[in-house]
Design a protein around this ligand. Structure first.
Ligand code: NAD
Ligand code: MG
Length: 384
């Protein structure tokens, strides 16, 4: 039986790599649903090639074009944001790959969990915003949430066979991004093009900026807390510029397990889609004889203050991670449009976190409200 995959965010970096994995394993996977925000051309091309049951184009202006291009097929075409939830409620798929970027991924993922569908989770913002609600629902519905994020996939892989052994701590590795070792006097002048050059990974623009500011690692600390049911003290970050060790788990006897390999997102994507199986592939292999060194250092949270802000959000909990995420999404958006500078992003996030009302145990609705309130406040700071 082939696994029928619904790819939410199929035109993105994770989505397109997932389609490469599916193309290489036609006996194991087939595509059931594809969704895109506005890239109609790529969505059409993907639909014609992979013949899903349904596609969603969120941007309604693109609906007629997509519909016409697929008129000779029996692929169903939907448009608009609410269609994401409608197709997530379909019965006809076996696994959702949640690869939309940002807060927008939350609602369809919740719908899929309500629908009892296993989730391969790339969209870390879902857990940053509402991790308690999402994981509680997943437990209730007995739905596995399998991480795609490379660090969390590493931890997940290290935990196979260890269900009776409590975790002492996890060690998330960070590449340090393109500005590792730089100080604020340098960062103040950094421009979009410069920040988009990641040394080890090629990814979507939002996560690439998050990697440059270290917010990505902050989001990942919170993601890890919810995925692996950890206390904040159990989550540590270490900078490892070569990105060969993808993360580690330390058990209570002091033993540390690491998962390693060349940095290539196709591996964690494939692992999440095929879990619990490991399927063969021809991805390049890491060669210890050719590598020079694996190095480690503490993160510089005085320079990369986003990581300190995220640590604060991790410890305080409540709606603070949600507020931080919303402010960050807006700040990154503004930076990508050259509206604010690199260091301004941190100021926007910090001020928004100070200003928006703290709620200790928010409901899902309150998370949505906090997101809106934080976006409005951050927008006023940026003068959008
Ligand atoms: P991307 O920008 O390349 O792609 C995003 C996808 O989401 C696109 O298909 C786009 O059409 C869709 N999308 C964007 N805004 C939307 C909206 N408002 N409504 C509906 N769909 C929308 O992003 P990416 O790099 O593939 O990242 C996707 C997610 O995976 C992010 O949460 C990111 O943090 C996470 N992730 C990515 C990588 C990576 O290597 N790219 C690694 C780890 C985790
Ligand atoms: Mg990651």
């Amino acid at each position: 039986m082939k696994k029928r995959i619904a790819i939410f965010g199929s035109t993105g970096s994770i989505g397109t790599q997932a389609l490469d994995v599916i193309e290489s394993n036609p006996d194991k996977f087939e595509v059931e649903i594809l969704t895109a925000h506005h890239n109609d051309e790529l969505l059409i091309q993907q639909a014609l090639k992979f013949k899903p049951n349904a596609v969603v184009i969120v941007d309604e202006k693109k609906y007629t074009g997509v519909k016409d291009a697929l008129a000779s097929t029996d692929i169903k075409v939907f448009a608009g944001e609410s269609s994401l939830e409608d197709v997530a409620a379909f019965n006809s798929y076996d696994l959702m790959l949640a690869a939309i970027v940002g807060f927008a991924g939350l609602k369809p993922t919740i719908k899929a969990i309500e629908n009892g569908k296993p989730i391969a989770l790339a969209n870390k913002e879902t857990l940053v915003v509402a991790g308690d609600v999402v994981m509680k629902l997943a437990v209730e519905k007995r739905v596995p949430v399998i991480p795609v994020d490379s660090e969390h996939s590493a931890i997940f892989q290290c935990l196979v066979g260890e269900s009776r052994n409590p975790i002492e701590r996890i060690i998330l590795t960070a590449s340090g991004g393109p500005f590792l070792g730089r100080k604020p006097n340098y960062l103040v002048n950094v421009k979009r093009e410069h920040a988009l050059q990641h040394p080890n990974w090629s990814m979507g623009t939002k996560i690439t900026i998050d990697s440059a500011t270290l917010m990505n690692k902050g989001l990942e600390m919170i993601e890890a807390k919810w995925l692996f049911n950890l206390e904040p003290e159990q989550v540590q970050v270490v900078v490892h510029p070569q990105s060969i060790i993808h993360s580690m788990v330390q058990f209570r006897d002091g033993s540390i397990k690491a998962q390693m390999g060349l940095p290539d997102m196709k591996l964690p994507i494939q692992y999440a889609m095929a879990f619990p199986q490991r399927i063969p592939n021809n991805f390049p292999r890491f060669d210890f004889n050719k590598s020079s060194q694996l190095t480690f250092e503490a993160p510089d949270t005085k320079t990369f203050r986003n990581l300190a802000l995220a640590t604060d959000a991790l410890y305080k909990g409540g709606n603070l991670p949600c507020i931080m995420n919303a402010a960050n999404e807006l700040a990154v958006w503004a930076f990508l449009r050259n509206r604010i500078g690199f260091l301004d992003m941190t100021n926007v996030i910090e001020q928004t976190m100070e200003r928006v009302t703290f709620i200790e145990n928010p409901t899902l609705e309150e998370y949505f409200d906090s997101d809106g309130e934080a976006r409005n406040y951050a927008a006023s700071l940026i003068q959008l």
